[in-house]
Design a protein around this ligand. Structure first.
Ligand code: PMP
Length: 377
């Protein structure tokens, strides 16, 4: 494909091993309990469930396949709507959540819930103490993204979880597998959303971890056959589940080395931009340990980000804000929440490198960016 792909946080290229596993998945409906095709499909789905569970330290029967993290976030949040009957009618989320969390919380307000928003600091960090001070006896759910899709901040989810005073905690972990070690995370939260295409898996599948204790309290958002305990009915997409399982297994076994290599590439990319004379500032945290290894969200002094990205076509693929919000003229809610001015937000671009990014990719991309910015000035 033409161009240099620096948009890995929008979607990652699928891993070869994942594709192979999907091609071998075969066919049959995992709910067809009368014949061997159904049994084989069910066994493959079960293995995939185990692979997802192993990555986060849950049990396989706590994993519910969905169409992606958008659906997982909706199920987690709207799934709490009956909690109002128990006097729980508030939901607490951060100011920098993904649109699918913001919109699902908004939808929950139509069921009589109030939405509380915890602010973030200039790095995008959620303070565990702020969570503690905002939780009330009416709070049904706290929803915090582990890794932000725009500025890449990695939250201290262990400390946040320790301050939740028995309130259910949902974590949007769509961006987390390529950014941080998730082993054991299921023991500190009650629900967790994943998306296969952000971690070398296929598009169109994700998962929601729901702790066994919480499952009876969840109200489904889809209704149909009794698949997945009726919590998320619908025929399971066999090859997609197999692909997601394979992606989780790869991340769980090779994530650490991969993250270190990707961070090096990202840092070198920033060096090339500086050496080229580009006047920019990194948005969000300056502590690289707290940032998604592939994320380089920068504001380029005096540049119009949309125009610059257009000039870079078809050579370099990157985005302003998240792929889900770009196209809208509103400044990113994430960048404004961390204190950027409208002007700074409008000159910001998220470059995200990943597993397949090479040294020559970042060198050539940096040259193209420097030259385009010079033409714009
Ligand atoms: N949450 C976050 C943090 C994301 O980055 C994304 C993808 N942009 C989503 C949720 C939605 O994921 P999906 O594409 O699987 O619906």
């Amino acid at each position: 494909m033409a161009g240099i792909y620096l948009d890995h946080q929008a979607s990652t290229p699928m891993h070869g091993i994942v594709l192979e596993a999907m091609l071998e998945a075969g066919y049959g409906n995992a709910s067809s309990i009368e014949h061997s095709f159904g049994w084989a499909a069910a066994a493959k789905v079960e293995r995939a469930r185990q692979q997802v569970a192993a990555m986060i330290g849950s049990d396989p029967d706590e994993i519910f396949f969905t169409s992606g993290a958008t659906e997982a976030n909706n199920l987690a949040i709207l799934g709490m709507r009956k909690e109002r009957k128990r006097g729980k009618d508030r939901v607490l989320r951060s100011a920098i959540e993904h649109k699918s969390v913001l919109a699902a919380c908004e939808a929950l307000s139509e069921y009589g819930f109030s939405v509380d928003e915890v602010a973030v600091d200039r790095e995008g960090k959620v303070s565990p103490d702020a969570i503690a001070s905002m939780v009330t006896a009416q709070t049904a759910l706290i929803s915090i993204g582990i890794v932000n899709n725009e500025i890449g901040i990695i939250q201290d989810i262990v400390s946040i979880a320790s301050k939740r005073s028995n309130v259910f905690l949902h974590c949007d972990a769509a961006q987390a597998p390529y950014a941080t070690d998730l082993s054991g995370v299921a023991t500190i939260c009650d629900m967790l959303s994943l998306s296969a295409h952000k971690m070398g898996g296929p598009m169109g599948v994700g998962a929601l971890y729901i702790s066994r204790e919480l499952q009876p309290l969840i109200t489904p958002i889809l209704f149909g056959g009794g698949q997945q305990q009726g919590i998320r009915p619908g025929t399971l997409p066999l090859s997609l589940c197999v692909g997601m399982g394979a992606a989780c297994e790869i991340v769980a076994s090779s994530g650490m080395e991969e993250r270190a290599r990707v961070a090096e590439i990202r840092d070198q990319f920033l060096v090339y931009l500086r050496q080229g004379g580009l006047d920019f500032e990194l948005n969000g945290t300056k502590d690289h340990k707290l940032r998604h290894p592939g994320n380089a969200n920068i504001n380029i002094k005096g540049a119009d980000a949309e125009q610059l990205l257009a000039m870079l076509q078809p050579e370099v693929a990157a985005s302003t804000g998240s792929a889900c919000t770009s196209g809208s003229l509103e400044p990113s809610h994430v960048l404004t929440a961390i204190g950027l001015s409208m002007e700074e937000a409008a000159s910001s671009i998220r470059f995200s490198v990943g597993r397949t990014t090479t040294e020559s990719d970042i060198l050539n991309a940096a040259k193209a960016i420097v030259s385009a910015a010079a033409r714009l000035a």
